[in-house]
Ligand binder design. Structure first.
Ligand code: N01
Length: 553
């Protein structure tokens, strides 16, 4: 631990409202942060851009939006009464049920009164002299706080590609993550949908059922597995509830914070081609989505092993899709399976057997412009009444860099991260004291089950805040050296995996000009927790703690 002793006088408090902590975002992590920090008797204010709670599950209300982790797991663990009383109707919940759950939690724990809704944070400024953060919102709030917990979301900052002519489109258009609350009708309409990631697949499947005609503009095909979603049987729910404590404990100890009671079969190459196919067929039929990738131990470690699994999935696509040309276009061939977030679907490939659905290859014939009446590619023109952008997010860093954050010496976070989003332990950025990121770059965030991961990160930040207060420290920062060490540790682990072989949002490749860098800590949540714990137990090694002069004088 390094300690410094700089002036930490308080700014005049007669001006803006003051708080101990400002939480940015009332998604699942933000709600838990409110709950947890309030227990420390801190004054906490939460700013939320939307008019309701739920974060991702508030914004992404497009048709077909559904989680890809079982709801018995993808839910809060902090309160046993909550997890015993809440009932999930299906294995994988639709958006409405997740938003309903977030609202229930906000009401049950009385969190709503501390949340300022319709208040998008558009400025975070560190005042070095006072040792305080100034937080401003688009609607004019100004709060001065000691700490920030940025629970602003890893998949929050919308990516709207710079399509020429988008503003000229005379029909209705929506990005899937800013979907209107009012029902959008597709009946009798010519609908265009750009993007075939997890969102595009789910939306296509649902919209294809009712659209007059649906054109799906695909640049890169996705690997997708059957979700095998269905109503949650009562005995399954009962069994989970009886064993919740043990299962949560088991989940908290593993790589992805998931409950993974499935057999792994060793290397793909331990088996003959016939045996592999038999094992994969069984997994395809029985394993819910993501567990399929765990069938063999080397799928995510060896290109050759990965290709066996990838080709099995292509075989399934060719079986399902009747038109062989369309099937071939839907087969992903340019990146290993699992190196972009694997999708889960309920009839996506079957959708392309419908007469009212057309797949358009915009890899060979790129989109050139949006016109007042539709969309033009280098090969043709499509008349549309409704256009949907399922074009993803400026992931992991976007929600932070778009907030206009300045730290010590007025350093702008965007400039600091121009080459790569350096930080220490995925929690803190050097020169931006007292700002804790949740699910930010450098953390396992999106590669683990995010509700439980968020709970753990919030707990860590809350424990640190408590520790600082107890020991008379005013601020915590980290150092460039610590950041470099963490970056090297992350890069070394990422280099051993296949993730570098895909142009994914994990590496920022989906945003023009974004530095290409594997932003996620890939060592697993179990190892991540150990590493964070080690740094604290070694006396906050890698951090700089500054004494509160008023308390030591
Ligand atoms: O976004 P994406 P998403 N011209 O970035 C295409 C989570 N999630 O919202 O691949 C044409 O994956 C782009 O093409 P390409 C999950 O973690 C979870 O679908 O860049 N196309 C791609 O096809 C997921 O990974 C759930 O060539 C353009 C698509 O748009 C993450 O959110 C559900 C284009 C974007 O795909 C993001 O998923 C939904 C252009 N200019 C989301 N620009 C579940 O829990 C982009 N594209 C199930």
């Amino acid at each position: 631990m390094t300690t410094a002793s700089t002036a930490t006088e308080t700014s005049a408090t007669s001006g803006p409202e003051t708080a101990d902590v400002v939480v940015v975002g009332a998604g699942f992590s933000g709600l838990y942060a409110l709950y947890r920090l309030r227990k420390l008797n801190l004054k906490v204010v939460c700013f939320e851009a939307g008019d309701g709670v739920g974060g991702t599950w508030y914004w992404n209300r497009y048709p077909g939006a559904r989680v890809d982790i079982e709801s018995m797991q993808y839910s809060y663990s902090f309160d046993d009464d909550l997890q015993q009383e809440w009932r999930w109707p299906e294995y994988f919940s639709p958006q409405a049920d997740l938003e309903g759950y977030a609202n229930h939690v906000a009401d049950r724990f009385g969190l709503r009164e501390q949340i300022r809704f319709n208040a998008r944070v558009n400025r975070l400024r560190w005042d070095e002299q006072a040792g305080r953060w100034h937080v401003s919102t688009e609607r004019g709030d100004h709060v001065v706080a000691r700490y920030i917990v940025a629970a602003s979301g890893a998949l929050d900052a919308t990516n709207i590609p710079d399509f020429p002519g988008l503003d000229s489109f005379r029909g209705e258009w929506h990005h899937t993550s800013q979907w209107p609350k009012e029902k959008v009708s597709f009946a009798g309409k010519r609908v265009g949908l750009i993007g075939t990631g997890s969102t595009g697949l789910q939306a296509t499947t649902e919209i294809g059922k009712t659209a007059g005609h649906l054109y799906v503009f695909q640049r890169t095909p996705a690997y997708s597995l059957p979700a095998n979603n269905r109503p949650l049987p009562a005995d399954y729910e009962r069994e989970w509830k009886e064993h919740y404590a043990d299962r949560r404990a088991e989940m908290s100890r593993n790589f992805a914070l998931g409950y993974l009671p499935v057999q792994q079969y060793g290397s793909v190459f331990d088996y003959s081609p016939e045996e592999r196919t038999r094992i994969l067929e069984q997994a395809w039929a029985q394993r819910n989505g993501l567990l399929f990738l765990r069938t063999f131990t080397d799928t995510m470690m060896s290109l050759e092993a990965n290709e066996v699994v990838a080709e099995f999935i292509r075989g399934k696509i060719r079986e399902i899709v009747k038109d062989p040309e369309v099937a071939e276009l839907l087969c992903p061939k340019t990146y290993p399976v699992g190196t972009k977030r694997i999708c889960m679907d309920t009839g996506y490939f079957e959708t392309f057997n419908r007469p009212n659905v057309t797949l358009v290859d915009v890899r060979s014939n790129p989109i050139t412009e949006i016109t007042p009446t539709g969309l033009r590619t280098t090969a043709g023109e499509y008349d549309l009444d409704l256009l949907i952008l399922a074009t993803g997010f400026d992931a992991v860093t976007g929600s932070l860099t778009r907030m206009n954050v300045t730290g010590v010496g007025g350093t702008d976070l965007r400039e600091k991260w121009a080459e790569r989003p350096t930080n220490f332990l995925g929690f803190m950025v050097a020169g931006f004291p007292n700002l804790f990121m949740i699910h930010g770059p450098g953390s396992p965030g999106v590669l683990a089950q995010m509700i439980t991961g968020g709970e753990w990160q919030v707990d860590w930040a809350a424990d640190v805040i408590q520790d600082l207060d107890r020991n008379g420290y005013a601020s915590i920062d980290t150092t460039d050296a610590a950041e470099q060490g963490w970056a090297a540790e992350m890069a070394e682990m990422a280099a051993k995996t296949l993730y570098q072989h895909a142009n994914s949002w994990y590496v920022g490749a989906n945003i023009p000009g974004k530095p290409r860098y594997f932003m996620i800590y890939i060592g697993g949540f179990d190892q991540y927790k150990r590493r964070c714990g080690e740094q604290v137990s070694k006396g906050y090694e890698g951090f700089v703690l500054t004494k509160d002069k008023r308390r030591t004088a």
